[in-house]
Structure formats: structure tokens, C-alpha cells
Write a protein that binds this ligand. Structure first.
Ligand code: MRU
Length: 364
């Protein structure tokens, strides 16, 4: 696919006509489809069908959903109805906490405005959240780069091998990503890096999206099957694991794409640092026990049963027609397996006291 003319962000408000547009990620990297979001229902569909995906991007999309509820001919006037639409948006996907965070924040901003200013207040807030997430990614990149540089110092010119799972890149965020931001920052500084990209069944966000992004940025990478990571770690071919997250408790338990927990176990067994990169919008300050309390999305089993083709899903049945399948989209990695968090505030241990200390200080 021609990499020219690809929008620099996965969601934006078009300067020409004011419409909210997204990159439909379902057919990448083979087809670039741009879609319009005109209604709350469009937003719910885009999130639940994963036209947009990744925790920060789901949040920004949900925020624009609140704006759309207040905009246009059918604009909501009644605050109770606005709350009802916000709840509908929040329930489009259950695991990423960024969605509720961004929707609530936007609703609050709109609610504080005069009734004829609600739509512009909501629109301004959604845009502000997008800018905030872009800045968070840049800061995460700067902090995480130092980890990669310190590994590079010990490798006398050989590339630092980073393993990542799913897509926590610019398509999942607004710019730079979270797990990928330190990689891009290191690459730009001339630090030799190589990324092992887990393909991330069943929807192949790693093989389709992360590989595409890294390739476009000229970052050396290799796509591997989801089960290859442990073997590579045993052979000394992984220096550090960096993943993103959809929801992290204030005690440090991390929900991320299914299979992340197994990578963390393998990393611990092989004494390899396992870092989670996240903006503060992905911390859930209400819950302490990730395994017991984080809602894990279960998606349509057909996503497991069929391998998506270039054009549409449901093309190639992979298993006996009558075999049932289950599709757990996320798992929880307990804090004890996480070496640390790379956040926009800096790096901290995966412990409540360290997390609270980092976020209680004024931002620098
Ligand atoms: O199901 P997805 O593709 O939305 O899952 C995305 C992930 O698991 C990402 O790692 C996570 O959202 C972090 S994105 C910065």
C-alpha cells in the first residue's frame, strides 16, 4: 500500500467540513479506509467493531461521541438523556478504562457550559484529550528511551532486542504510541534497536498494525507467532519486554491484550525486564485487585474461528465447523511480574506506594 497520504493521526476533526474522521483499522495494512463518525451510534459501532481500538484512542473517540450527542439536528438538550448516551458509549467496550475516563470528563465539561455552548465545549474537550494523549506519548518516549539506552551501553553496538505484544503504537494512541514511543525515540537518537512483534491472534494487531507502523518509521522488526517469545527469551534474544495496557490498578495489576500474562511469566523465568508503558488515563484509581475486578471483554468466537482475509472477516474457517471457540480479549498480569511502569511522569515500580508517589507530585 502507498504510504503517502496516510493521515498522521487515527482520529481527527477535519478542518474543511468539521467532520470527525477515523482510520478504519480493520483492513490495515492492505487497505486504508477513512470513515466518518456522525452520530453516537457511529461512535459505538466504531469502538465495538474495532474500527478504532487501543485504550487512548478509544477514549478520544468516546469523547468525540459525547460531542456528537450535543451536535447536529438531533442535538440532546436534556442532561439526563446526555448521561444515558454517555453510558451507552462507555459500554461499547468494557476493559479499557480510558473510555469511561474520557467520556465522563467530556460530559462534565459540556454540562458546565451554557446550553447553547455544550457542543463546542464537548468538542474542545475531546480535542484537548487528544492533545494530552499525544503529549503523554512523547513524554513516555523520552522516559522509556533511557531504559533502552542503558541496555544499549552494555551491548557494544549490537541492537537492543525489544519484544512487544499487540499494538500500543500510534494507531492505538494519537501519536508515537505508548510501548512503541521509547522505541521510536531510541531509533531517532541512533540507538540500534530491533523489535520482536507478537502477531497477536486473533485480530493480529501486532502483525498487521505494529509491524506496519514500525516499517513505515524504518525500525528493524520481525513478526513472530504469539508462542515464540518464551523460546527467544531462553536463547538470549530478548533484552526487554515493553507492552501497553488497557487498565492498570493503582496497586499495579495490568490488563492488556490476551497473552501478555504469559509473556510476563516467561520474562520473569528468564530474568528479563518487563515494562508497561501507560499514560495516567489508563490507571484505574478505584480498584485494587486486577484479576478479580477488571472486566475482561469476551468477543465473538468467530474472530477465533475464522482468519480474516484482505477484504473482509470470516473468510477462512480454521477449525472444524462445529467446534466451539472462546475469545477472551484481555488478561491480567499481576503487579509482582511487572518490573516497572513508564508513564508521562517518569518511571516507577509496580507498587501502590511508588505509583501514588509519582502521581502526587506536581507535574514537571
Ligand atoms: O483489543 P485492542 O486492539 O483494543 O487491544 C489493545 C491493547 O491491548 C493495547 O496494548 C492497549 O490498548 C494499550 S494501547 C496504548
Amino acid at each position: 500500500m502507498d504510504l503517502q497520504n496516510i493521515p498522521s493521526r487515527p482520529i481527527w476533526q477535519d478542518e474543511k467540513d468539521g467532520k470527525i474522521r477515523i482510520i478504519d483499522q480493520r483492513r490495515l495494512p492492505h487497505r486504508l479506509i477513512i470513515s466518518e463518525l456522525n452520530t453516537v451510534d457511529d461512535v459505538i459501532y466504531a469502538i465495538s467493531e474495532m474500527m478504532v481500538r487501543g485504550a487512548p484512542l478509544i477514549g478520544v473517540t468516546g469523547a468525540y461521541g459525547v460531542y456528537l450527542a450535543f451536535a447536529g439536528k438531533e442535538a440532546i438538550k436534556d442532561s439526563r438523556e446526555a448521561g444515558r448516551q454517555a453510558e451507552r458509549i462507555k459500554s461499547a467496550r468494557p476493559t479499557a478504562v480510558n473510555l469511561a475516563w474520557a467520556v465522563d470528563r467530556t460530559l462534565e465539561k459540556a454540562g458546565a457550559a451554557e446550553s447553547d455552548r455544550r457542543s463546542s465545549a464537548a468538542c474542545g474537550e475531546a480535542a484537548a484529550i487528544a492533545e494530552l494523549e499525544a503529549e503523554n506519548s512523547r513524554r513516555i518516549g523520552r522516559y522509556g528511551c533511557s531504559l533502552i539506552e542503558s541496555i544499549a551501553e552494555k551491548k557494544s553496538g549490537k541492537p537492543v532486542n525489544i519484544l512487544t505484544h499487540c499494538n500500543a503504537g500510534r494507531l492505538a494512541c494519537i501519536e508515537e504510541g505508548t510501548a512503541t514511543a521509547p522505541v521510536y525515540a531510541a531509533h531517532r537518537k541512533g540507538v540500534p534497536v530491533h523489535v520482536w512483534v507478537d502477531e497477536t491472534r486473533p485480530l493480529n494487531q501486532g502483525g498487521r498494525l505494529t509491524a506496519w507502523e514500525l516499517g513505515a518509521a524504518g525500525v528493524p522488526h520481525t513478526v513472530i507467532t504469539d508462542n515464540a517469545g518464551g523460546h527467544l527469551m531462553q536463547k538470549g534474544l530478548v533484552d526487554i519486554v515493553i507492552v501497553g495496557t488497557d487498565r492498570t490498578t493503582y496497586t499495579g495489576d495490568v490488563a492488556n491484550k490476551i497473552g501478555t500474562y504469559l509473556k510476563a511469566l516467561a520474562a520473569r523465568d528468564n530474568n528479563i525486564p518487563f515494562y508497561v508503558a501507560l499514560p495516567s488515563s489508563t490507571f484505574d484509581w478505584q480498584i485494587s485487585d486486577g484479576v478479580a475486578q477488571i472486566p475482561i471483554e469476551e468477543r465473538d468466537p468467530d474472530e477465533v474461528r475464522y482468519m480474516p482475509g484482505f477484504e473482509k472477516t470470516g473468510e477462512n474457517l480454521l477449525m472444524p465447523e462445529n467446534s466451539p471457540a472462546a475469545n477472551y480479549a484481555f488478561d491480567v498480569t499481576p503487579a509482582r511480574l511487572v518490573t516497572g511502569f513508564i508513564t508521562e511522569r517518569g518511571i516507577c515500580r509496580a507498587e501502590e506506594s511508588a505509583i501514588r508517589e509519582l502521581f502526587s507530585k506536581p507535574e514537571t
